[in-house]
Design a protein around this ligand. Structure first.
Ligand SMILES: [Zn+2]
Length: 164
């Protein structure tokens, strides 16, 4: 049975305010719990960060149009290189936006040394595996040399805003 969290675990990234979710409701389904918490999140943004809510609404319209186009294109076998390029320009930011996991070089090295080292006799093997592991990570997660230009541009402009 689903047990809702006792303490609120949600913090606003814009103002660091904890979002009070209210006491757990016995018998509440996961879907109802999620909807109740979601209403709290929306309410906080509407009252405390209306400009951010406006940006979310605008971005959602843009993303919705992108998703619509992606699904249209996915309905065809397309060989036109311009169409494929435009498809990739629409697809890559959506992929980056919803990507759950990221793996830094340090985390990757920790995984290799702490998880793999006990089964690998020589540390040199891990050092040799690191470039291959990095390449594989970048390839699968579209990072580094595989990062789409539009995603890289968006990420760099976000970093520039945060450091300004
Ligand atoms: Zn806030």
């Amino acid at each position: 049975m689903f047990e809702p969290p006792i303490t609120p675990l949600t913090m606003c990234r814009l103002c660091n305010q904890p979002i009070v979710q209210g006491p757990p409701i016995i018998g509440e389904s996961e879907a109802d719990h999620a909807m109740r918490v979601m209403r709290s999140l929306v309410r906080h943004l509407q009252h405390s960060h209306p400009e951010h809510m406006k940006e979310i609404a605008q971005q959602t319209q843009i993303l919705s149009a992108s998703l619509y186009g992606i699904q249209i294109v996915q309905s065809y076998e397309i060989a036109d290189p311009v169409m494929l390029l435009e498809y990739d320009k629409a697809r890559a930011p959506l992929h980056a936006l919803t990507r759950k996991n990221t793996l830094t070089d340090a985390q990757l090295e920790t995984v290799l040394t702490e998880k793999l080292a006990p089964t690998v006799y020589k540390l040199m093997a891990i050092r040799a595996a690191m470039p291959i592991a990095k390449w594989l990570r970048d390839f699968l997660s579209e990072e580094g040399e595989f990062e789409h230009a539009t995603v890289k541009q968006a990420r760099e402009s976000t970093v520039a805003i945060k450091t300004a």
